[in-house]
Design a protein around this ligand. Structure first.
Ligand code: NAD
Length: 331
């Protein structure tokens, strides 16, 4: 079974086609996964982390994950070798940025640190290089505020882990050059990712706002005793989620009436309003006793299987679902 991947093609003729060398700044959980994305699509991938041991750990993870994918048949040994050959580690930032056209920053999620890293990147990288941040909660306008090169700065927020989950939220700052936004989106598509444009900053952007709405409702129903943890997950895993793996919210709604989404919303809009008016808008407490109660429910549901094995199963199954969808796409 093939691994869904991007590819640099000869015919790409615009600015984005010039992106073939990338630098990853920050090689923790997210940076190491970006390594897989860019190297499998054929980009020279240059790593920099201010903690050298993190880069060594990332390289060890990279090797292990390539070997696992070969053994499970997601990639060939030759593909793993091509990825390996494209990755290089650098102790010096200037060296890491040498000759790159795109930088993916994945440093710690703290505004002052991101601002410091972006200042450094803006000073060091050639003026035409795009500087993208993996930030998952901060406002890109604040990260790049006051920088001479703010017009080449942009958010490219992946979902973890990006080499398995393709969606990337792309949000320009108010001063980002629209050509940079377009080039970033085109480039990420070529990398095999699914970039979506988010037009302005709101907390949670798009993906985590939708996730937060579901998490809030799931916890509320356990807390008030309507159902237990397993029941809540069953309605998602064996109900909503099966369709969500194929369509989004609107695509699912469209299939819920013979006449499509217009008929569905016309017929069920009032019923939705009744439920929506009944939803509790206050967030859960996330107090230790609440977390423990949910934790015990998850322990009962998952048994003694180690979390690492569960995560690997998740990754395998997501790849298989993606491959199935590629083979038999929505007509
Ligand atoms: P992490 O702590 O695993 O990795 C951060 C890395 O940045 C570390 O290796 C650290 O040594 C390095 N670093 C610190 N200061 C640096 C500097 N000055 N220059 C270069 N490297 C530096 O964190 P993570 O989970 O990989 O998150 C990285 C970014 O990705 C964050 O902005 C986070 O919000 C975002 N993100 C995380 C997830 C997730 O689920 N973990 C998902 C999407 C986005």
């Amino acid at each position: 079974m093939g691994f869904p991947r991007g590819k640099i093609t000869e015919r790409d003729g615009m600015r984005e086609s010039e992106i073939i060398n990338v630098a990853l700044v920050g090689t923790g959980v997210i940076g190491r996964s970006w390594m897989r994305v860019f190297s499998r699509a054929g980009c020279c991938t240059r790593l920099y982390d201010n903690d050298r041991s993190q880069t060594q750990k990332a390289l060890a993870w990279f090797e292990e994950s390539l070997n696992l994918d070969v053994s499970e048949g997601f990639i060939t040994a030759k593909e793993a070798e091509s990825s390996r050959a494209l990755v290089s580690a650098h102790d010096d930032l200037t060296d890491a940025l040498s000759g790159v056209q795109y930088i993916q920053e994945s440093g710690p999620e703290k505004l002052e640190i991101k601002q410091m890293i972006f200042r450094l990147l803006d000073q060091t990288a050639d003026p035409e290089v795009i500087i993208a941040s993996s930030t998952s909660s901060l406002d890109m306008n604040q990260i790049a505020e006051g920088l001479h090169g703010i017009s080449r700065c942009i958010m490219a927020h992946p979902f973890n882990p990006p080499h398995i989950i393709p969606v990337v939220e792309v949000m320009p700052t108010r001063k980002t050059n629209p050509e940079v936004t377009k080039a970033t989106i085109d480039f990420l598509k070529r990398m095999g990712q699914k970039p979506v444009l988010v037009n302005f900053y709101v907390s949670g952007y798009l993906i985590n706002r939708i996730q937060a709405a579901v998490v809030r409702e799931a916890i509320h129903q356990v807390e008030r005793g309507l159902a237990d943890v397993d029941a809540v997950d069953t309605v998602i895993r064996d109900g909503l989620g099966l369709r969500w793996a194929l369509f989004g919210n609107f695509g699912v709604n469209n299939t819920n009436a013979d006449g499509g989404i217009r008929e569905y919303y016309s017929r069920f809009g009032e019923a939705y309003k009744t439920v929506m008016n009944d939803l509790d808008s206050t967030p859960p407490t996330f107090a230790p006793d609440m977390i423990e109660r949910i934790g015990r429910g998850v322990d009962a549901m998952e048994g003694k299987t180690p979390l690492s094995a569960i995560c690997r199963w998740r990754d395998r199954m997501v790849l298989r679902i993606r491959a199935l969808k590629e083979k038999d796409p929505n007509p």
